[in-house]
Design a protein around this ligand. Structure first.
Ligand code: PLP
Length: 372
């Protein structure tokens, strides 16, 4: 029975824009998208993509180290390093490629990697590829991390602390200040994956770790595919580290450079972070409203502190059923099951975006109440 509720299948959308998704003939309110700022159909991104394409073509034609390195790539890297507040930035084909490439290039069998147990699959795969010894600490528990560091750090020449800033299945936020102190005390590197926070958090959309905190963080990874409405990823880093990554990261060296339209869209998105701060505000206001209703009106549990709002339901079957019932009521809310989340904590995962209205939130809450 369990298996039956775990199978994943593809469902092509007929349309997807403005917070709605059309499946077959039915249009649903899309609460499963990471397009948090509603930018993927924004006229400025379309224009940015088109202009870049007209000037540079549809593809980049080669990897960055061959003939695929355009001024446009550097323009986007400069925009990212300004946004995040690090000396330099380096682009990657995707967040997945950034994580597997960076971690496996910088660490090897002689090293140790300490990571949060809820880290994204791309970080886990990077650890595996590196061959480093690894130590898993309890989620958002710096005391447990320190215990592991105290016990094991001295055996290894180099060590890494690896975390996300905003966890993609919990919606909760890492204690970055504490982690950065541990980085200093135990002489490790610290990599923070800001994938779900960039664009949404920070006074300028710089994410949860941009600007103020960058000194104590060696690498900040972020993606263009979520709040920035485009595709690809970046690592915000020092100049010294950039030189090193360009020479050693295999997913950078042996992969075609990001295509011009994608770069044009990403550049336009970064500009919008400054020009339209109301999008960020709206996501945060609506998220606060939904979290409050889930806890105080539905009396359900959510670990969320952000726009990612999982409602923990327990058995796979319950999460799948609730998701199906919500779909009948006009809401697209996907169930999340093991191995993505721990056994017995299957959930529906709600993503709030600036495309939603207060009315969408309130009717969603009513619908969840009805199907429980
Ligand atoms: C989505 C995500 C990634 C992968 O980024 P893509 O650009 O979609 O490949 C990496 N890390 C985290 C934490 C993510 O949430």
């Amino acid at each position: 029975m369990e298996r039956e509720f775990r199978k994943r299948t593809l469902r092509p959308a007929k349309e997807s824009a403005q917070g709605k998704i059309k499946l077959g003939e039915i249009s649903l309110v899309d609460f499963s998208s990471n397009d948090y700022l509603g930018l993927k159909n924004h006229p400025a991104l379309l224009k940015g993509a088109l202009e870049a394409m007209n000037k540079w073509g549809t593809g980049s034609g080669a990897s960055r180290l061959m003939s695929g390195d355009f001024e446009l790539h550097h323009e986007l890297e400069d925009a990212v390093s300004l946004l995040v507040g690090k000396e330099e930035a380096l682009l990657f084909g995707s967040g997945y490629l950034a994580n597997i490439g960076i971690i496996s290039a910088l660490f090897s069998r002689k090293d140790a990697i300490f990571f949060d147990r809820f880290c994204h699959a791309s970080m886990i795969d990077g650890i595996r590829l590196s061959g480093a010894r690894f130590f898993r600490f309890r989620h958002n528990d710096p005391e447990h991390l320190e215990h592991l560091l105290k016990k094991n750090r001295a055996e290894f020449s180099r060590a890494l602390i690896l975390v996300e800033s905003l966890y993609s299945m919990e919606g909760d936020i890492a204690p970055i200040q504490r982690l950065s102190e541990l980085r200093n005390r135990y002489k490790t590197l610290l990599i923070v994956d800001d994938a779900h926070a960039v664009g949404v958090f920070g006074d300028h959309g710089e994410g949860l770790v941009g600007r103020g905190m960058t000194e104590g963080i060696d690498i900040i990874v972020g993606t263009f595919g979520k709040a920035l409405g485009s595709y690809g990823a970046y690592a915000a880093i020092s100049k010294k580290l950039k030189d090193q990554l360009i020479n050693h990261v295999r997913s950078f060296i042996f992969s075609t450079a990001l295509p011009p339209p994608t770069l044009g869209a990403s550049l336009a998105a970064i500009k919008i972070l400054e020009d339209e701060p109301e999008r960020r505000k709206r996501v945060r206001t609506l998220s606060f409203l939904l979290r409050e209703k889930i806890r105080n009106e539905l009396l359900l549990e959510t670990p969320s502190e952000s726009q990612i709002i999982p409602v923990i339901l327990g058995p796979d079957e319950r999460a799948v059923r609730v998701s199906q019932h919500l779909e009948e009521k006009g809401f697209y809310v996907k169930p999340v099951r093991p191995p993505t989340v721990p056994e017995g904590s299957s959930r529906i995962r709600i993503s709030v975006t600036s495309n939603h209205s207060e009315g969408d939130i309130l009717t969603l809450v009513e619908a969840i109440k009805d199907v429980l």
